[in-house]
Design a protein around this ligand. Structure first.
Ligand code: SIN
Length: 558
């Protein structure tokens, strides 16, 4: 199965001024969340100069916002096998079984290493690591910190380690623009735009022997998301333009319980962690009915896609724009100790969760797909590695299991650092520029987000997706010569939106977080496999790649 091509040619390289400065390093790491900083820390003693570039300040990415925690088989009675089973079930037959095995096997040691690095996870009164449960997990296996501030604590510890390692150089406020490739299509460097002072200012070129993409997600494609403003899919778009394979983009996860702030609220919305349900909160409709009961054996703690769909269904049935989360019975002392960040956030929006129900609705949360990697983070472009949310290692399948994302970044960045030093080539020579085209005009951003939310959001249909693909194509034709960050970001957003909408259109089934109104069943006969997007000559094409028959998570159900 192979798709037609998209209509509007997209730039193979973003329009940008010629580099006004340059620098050289051995490895450039793009991104500064758990994946990027772990890679940099572990590479620092194994290769020469490591440079971390990050679009904003070091802690502006998604890691900082992670609430629930990090999953690993660390508790009594838990095993990697059980963690593996829960991950495969949540992934709805689209996981790479070998990658999942790696994740759950390496997971416990990787988390212990974070603790050795100085991350202060929460402990119970007996001094044992405090572990909780989230959707899809059959065991308490989520380690957390500061109650609901896990990501912020991990980020703090990693930044402290980076600051104690002067051999790692960091450039903040540096938007990665494009990879420089040699004649054979291998990585020779990276162009970036730095909003700085002095020599490192404006567009520059980093000449490097290898690049690690750890640039995070793409939630800003939609009008409501839990992702921070920096999550504009830059790494995914850069990889597509460099010729890399990008997989499973249709599997965008919508978090079921995002605080509903009204119909006009856009951008990053407050997350109400699944851990709140893990500690006993439950969903109710406007009549007070606990509608998750009877939907799934785990009720309010069913896998995320099941809960998001049940909420959306109830919203459609009742005509309400949200449902409610009842956590009033947890009590003030518990709220203050276990969920201090969420408590303050809710109160700042005028809702006291100690005494009131929290209005919630699903919103975009996580890209399960991304740049295809092997088990060692290698992409299809020589010299390019990918890790974290920007990557598709295969562990998430059609629906990521809660709190597996921090773990994925950690585990696969460690693996990259194990192989990359032995694979470093000599510095390659960058070939002349690839084709550039005008950027997409930044004033289309709201229209694009609305379109994606309406047509490519939680519930999808053939007509809606066809309309989305056509309108995205038309937006791509509205180009501007104005070169600025808004236009670079929108061009990246449009590139990944186009690939996402095309893949969603071709996948005529319902699987995991991909929910088709017109094809409500999972179809393992036609769709046991992946849609890989590639860009060539400025056009995105989609190819269906059947899953290996030996992959037990993909064996068709009859
Ligand atoms: C949450 O705390 O509910 C989010 C955790 C995750 O996305 O894995």
């Amino acid at each position: 199965m192979s798709s037609g091509m998209t209509r509007a040619p997209l730039p193979e390289r973003l329009l940008a001024p010629a580099p006004g400065w340059s620098t050289t390093c051995d490895v450039v790491v793009v991104g500064s969340g758990i994946a990027g900083l772990t890679a940099a820390l572990r590479l620092k003693d194994k290769v020469g100069r490591v440079l971390v570039v990050t679009k904003d300040v070091l802690n502006a990415g998604s890691t900082q916002w992670a609430q629930g925690g990090i999953a690993a088989a660390l508790g009594p009675g838990d095993t990697p096998d059980q963690h593996e089973r829960d991950t495969l079930v949540a992934g709805a037959g689209a996981c790479d079984a070998e990658a999942v095995r790696v994740l759950v096997t390496d997971g416990p040691a990787a988390v212990r290493e974070l603790i050795e690095l100085g991350t202060n996870f929460d402990h119970d009164s007996a001094g044992d690591l405090s572990l909780t449960r989230e959707g899809g997990h059959h065991r308490d296996r989520i380690a957390h910190a500061g109650g609901d501030a896990t990501g912020a604590e991990i980020q703090r510890a990693l930044i402290a380690a980076i600051q104690a390692a002067p051999e790692i150089e960091v450039i903040e406020h540096a938007l990665a623009v494009d990879l420089l490739l040699d004649d054979g299509g291998a990585v020779a460097g990276l162009t970036l735009h730095v909003m700085g002072e002095g020599q490192i200012d404006g567009v520059g070129a980093v000449h490097c022997r290898a690049a690690v993409l750890a640039s995070g997600g793409l939630g800003q494609v939609f009008s409501q998301t839990t992702n921070p403003a920096v999550a504009t899919g830059d790494g995914t778009a850069i990889a597509l333009r460099a010729g890399a394979r990008v997989r499973d983009l249709e599997f965008v996860q919508f978090h079921p319980t995002v605080m509903y702030l009204g119909p006009d609220s856009r951008g990053q919305q407050p997350l109400i962690s699944e851990a709140v349900r893990g500690e006993g909160a439950y969903l109710v409709d406007f009549e007070g009915n606990r509608f998750m009961q009877g939907v799934h054996e785990l009720a309010d703690l069913a896998p995320r896609d099941v809960v998001a769909k049940a909420i959306t269904r109830r919203m459609h049935e009742t005509g309400h724009p949200h449902m409610w989360l009842d956590a009033t019975h947890l009590g003030e002392a518990f709220w203050e100790r276990r969920f201090p960040t969420i408590l303050v956030t809710c109160r700042s929006y005028g809702v006291d969760p100690v005494t009131e129900l929290i209005p919630v609705a699903p919103a975009c949360h996580y890209a399960s797909g991304g740049v295809v990697t092997d088990l060692w983070g290698r992409t299809s472009v020589p010299g390019l590695y990918a890790t974290g949310e920007a990557a598709c290692s295969g562990v998430h399948g059609a629906n990521r299991l809660a709190s597996n994302s921090l773990l994925e970044g950690l585990v696969f960045s460690r693996r990259i650092s194990d192989v990359l030093p032995g694979e470093l080539p000599e510095q390659r020579t960058a070939a002349p520029d690839r084709r550039t085209a005008g950027l997409v005009s930044g004033d289309l951003r709201h229209a694009m987000e609305e379109l994606m939310t309406d047509r490519v959001g939680v519930l999808r249909s053939a007509a809606g997706l066809a309309g989305a693909v056509a309108r995205l194509g038309a937006m791509g034709e509205r180009s501007t010569d104005l070169v600025d960050q808004a236009a670079w970001e929108l061009t990246n957003l449009l590139t990944v939106s186009t690939a996402m909408a095309r893949a969603a259109e071709l996948r005529e089934e319902t699987r995991g977080s991909h929910w088709r109104d017109d094809f409500p069943e999972r179809d393992d006969v036609r769709f046991a496999g992946h849609f890989d997007a590639r860009m060539s000559d400025g056009r995105i094409s989609l190819e269906f790649v059947p899953a290996p028959q030996t992959d037990p998570s993909m064996v068709p159900v009859t």
